[in-house]
Design a protein around this ligand. Sequence first.
Ligand code: XIL
Length: 477
Amino acid sequence: MSMDPVRPDRQKRMGPGPRVAMVLAAAGALVAGAALTLPGTASAGTTLGASAAEKGRYFGTAVAANKLSDSVYVGILNREFNSVTAENEMKWDATEPSQNSFNFSNADRIVNHAQSNGMRIRGHALAWHQQQPGWAQSLSGTALRNAMLNHITRVATYYRGKIDSWDVVNEAFADGNTGARRDSNLQRTGNDWIEAAFRAADAADPGAKLCYNDYNTDGQNAKSNAVYAMVQDFKSRGVPIDCVGFQSHFNAQSPVPSDYQANLQRFANLGVEVQITELDIEGSGTAQANNYQRVVQACLAVSRCAGITVWGIRDTDSWRASGTPLLFDGSGNKKPAYTSTLNALNAGGGTPPPTTTPPGNPPTTPPTTPPTTPPTTPPGGAGCSASVSLNSWNGGFVATVRVTAGSSGTNGWTVSLTLPGGAAVTNTWNASASGTTGAVSFRNVAYNGRLTAGQSTEFGFQGTGSATGITPTCTAS
Ligand code: XIL
């Protein structure tokens, strides 16, 4: 029996999508099947974001929270870009500086800015061997695996509904010709750490697109072949992966590969979206402009290439500023590379990525951790109901509990459940716990007790052992 090894796309949220793409969808509905000539398709966009949107794509930049008070920086950001990536603020060291103590303040500044300006958000990065907090660097084995899963669960849950794409795992393959995984503390927790990370992210934010992201994978080589094999394997086994990010940091030693477009296309053919995630190209003048043009043309030629993110705004904002690799000079003036990028976006043909899953290719991947219990009170009743979803691994779990108020609303609530023997609660968020083993209960905290009729809130707890089969009951006060 032969089976198609490539799973269909998983249905994911659309970012604050390109306006023209929505016009496209609406026009498509009106003229059903007729060839479309769209107002604006041939017109020249005057900014990177608007022009990319006309092609059904985004154009983004890395943003540093501490520059959001720089008016030149923010002026360019708001004018030119419709997607942002936090340059450092969502990394493990920034978001969980000590174990189980989370700090989202700088990341939130970027998220708030993006949301109030209609930009989509790329989340970067949940699991990576670099920029780990010291406490994680010193962990190993099961303790590190559990800490990683907890980190992913907490961060992706916190931003649930806000992130277009998450870089779930960053830079997990070695450079050179081995095609091997990179040695790291995460890799030493077991070869399945990458798929465990993707499953945890999927459970925490099923609407976000989940990406694997790496560098030196931009052309066909031993490293990109190894990533390709992993993606193919994940798709065939139903491991939730939606996209591959190509960092695309280029310079004289690492130029734009001649087979850049072909490499993007072969990944796209596996049934994943491709994204150019950290583009910068060292150089200046015409040579640099031509290289940017090639990258844009490659993305536009691959229908599943969803967008391009440059890794900073002005040359002086770059992590490798001496190479002047970006589109604006230190004063914020447009460089030749800006003009060639905009022109390539405006000229580009290619097929825009589908805005929804095409008919005949329905999403079939079920959530990896469906709620294990139905609500304890039928919707419409008084009181409150609770349902739980579990993300389990050998030796531990994270439970996310959704509390929904019945027809009278709540002033407060308590969720009770009985843990199986051997299981114990080790920490709790958005609720206050009584007991750690056997019969335990969770009471609302100050900010989430009051729910109007039908309104929901979530809390979570982590534990050791297995929580399979737990049944929460909710009592309102
Ligand atoms: C870089 C940031 O730009 C720097 O500010 C920081 O000091 C180090 O990290 N690959 C990635 C990015 O995935 O997170 C890196 O960002 C650049 C390389």
